[in-house]
Write a protein of this length. Sequence first.
Length: 272
Amino acid sequence: MYQSILQIIDKEGNNIYTLGIDIGSTTSKAVILKDGKDIVASTIIVAGTGTVGPQKAMDEIFQKSKISRENIDYIVATGYGRKTFKGADYEVSELTCHAKGVNFLFPEVRTIIDIGGQDAKVLSINAEGKMVNFLMNDKCAAGTGRFLDVMANILQLDINELEVEAAKSDKPVKISSTCTVFAESEVISQLAMGVHIPDLVAGICESVACRVASLAKRIGIRETVCMSGGVAQNGGVRKALEKELGVTIAYSEKAQLMGALGAALYAYDKLN
């Protein structure tokens, strides 16, 4: 019995802990992984690159996990702010990390739609989670989380309320403007005309879905399709995108953590 207890202690003492931090334009996400397969802790801080967000994410995840920096074997940074982050052992593109994170949770996925705060990306991946092709829209805010933030502000809604309001709509309003600035004026005009807020919200969600679907169709849809990134949490956009593409979209509550999860997995691979 004494010998078996020593074996357990020895096994636990040899655990490998890796950390992935995804520093985006508006949020900082971190994940600690044990032995490349178990998520020990995760955190999301609403503050991105150029702010105290990355350090707050690191402080919070160490507090949550009860694991100190000295016990982390390897750290990989990804996202917009990865090159300026000094606390990592290595940095990898967010495209690679999102592919790896999604493949970990959904091995059957072949197309990833990642809508972040400032851009939208569509990735085509293989069975091993390797990216084989991608397209990105980072020139215009339309079709991104920033667009939804602007619209929510006009409607005096919290960003998390958009999904609930969209579900109440009977007749979504078409938002014809392809520019965020013009779309803002269009929504204000619709409000002045007395259009119901749920119909406006549904139209806004459909507008985002239409722009992202256009990007996805250019790269070619290969099922199964999955959404990652912060906007994936908006059910109104997900449902509108399913309608535009004619496919069911896989979704996880960890959608916003996919990049950080992929970075932690990449860190484990670097050690092995």
